[in-house]
Design a protein around this ligand. Structure first.
Ligand SMILES: [Zn+2]
Length: 230
């Protein structure tokens, strides 16, 4: 089976090509200023996953889901709001923290995150969340979503044993490299893909700062549009 190929699309947006050939988009704000032109209009989407209701994460979810008729996994309140934007309601895609759903052969578990969550129109969107994504070959990636560091990351590490953690490091709205270094320690993860930095000046954390603070961790920092295999 192939590796899992992770492409950073700028900000918190990722395209993941699974070992089984599925194409998954997480937090698909493809209109973000760092998203390469060639990545703004996907040719295929098999599953969409959204961590919380903020516009910089919901992005083009509605438009993409309508175009590709693909499942959209999200916390129940957010998923219901997406339904009201014209997507079909689908109970098996609307879950909550601690729950796991399988879509296109890939398992998504909704985790805690410490952040706020409202939809672009102000509607309550439940709480912010993260995802543990387990691919067909067992490779497991933890996408923290927007969050500060929190002690229960230790539980996520213990229960799901992720191979890689995708963490926000920009600071201001989320954790910065100082907190991310502790998050990696709590998770017990040795490889990290940072995100949610560099989009705007306010998001000032850098991968180099994370490397300094977490010298035992391999910080894999692709450029927007670049693909890394894990
Ligand atoms: Zn955000």
């Amino acid at each position: 089976m192939a590796d899992t190929a992770v492409t950073w699309l700028g900000h918190a947006a990722f395209r993941v090509d699974s070992p089984g050939g599925r194409r998954i988009y997480l937090d698909p704000w493809l209109g973000n200023p760092k998203c390469p032109e060639a990545e703004r209009s996907p040719e295929r989407v098999d599953v969409l996953a959204v961590t919380h209701g903020h516009g910089d994460h919901v992005g083009e979810t509605v438009e993409l889901a309508k175009r590709f008729g693909c499942p959209v996994v999200a916390q129940v309140e957010l998923r219901e709001w997406l339904g009201r934007q014209g997507l079909e309601d689908e109970t098996t895609e609307a879950f909550n923290k601690g729950g796991t759903v399988e879509k296109a052969g890939v398992r998504f578990t909704l985790t805690d995150a410490k952040h706020s969550s409202a939809c672009p129109d102000g509607t309550y969107a439940g709480e912010a969340a993260g995802f543990v994504v387990e691919f067909e070959n067992g490779t497991t990636i933890y996408f923290a979503g927007d969050t500060c560091v929190f002690g229960d990351m230790q539980l996520i590490g213990r229960i799901y044993e992720p191979d890689v953690a995708v963490l926000p490091i920009g600071g201001h709205y989320t954790m910065d490299p100082r907190e991310a270094a502790v998050a990696l320690e709590l998770l017990g993860v040795k490889r990290c893909i940072p995100c949610h930095y560099g989009t705007f000046e306010l998001l000032a954390g850098t991968p180099d700062e994370l490397r300094e603070r977490a010298p035992d961790v391999e910080v894999i920092a692709p450029e927007p549009g670049e693909t890394v295999t894990v």
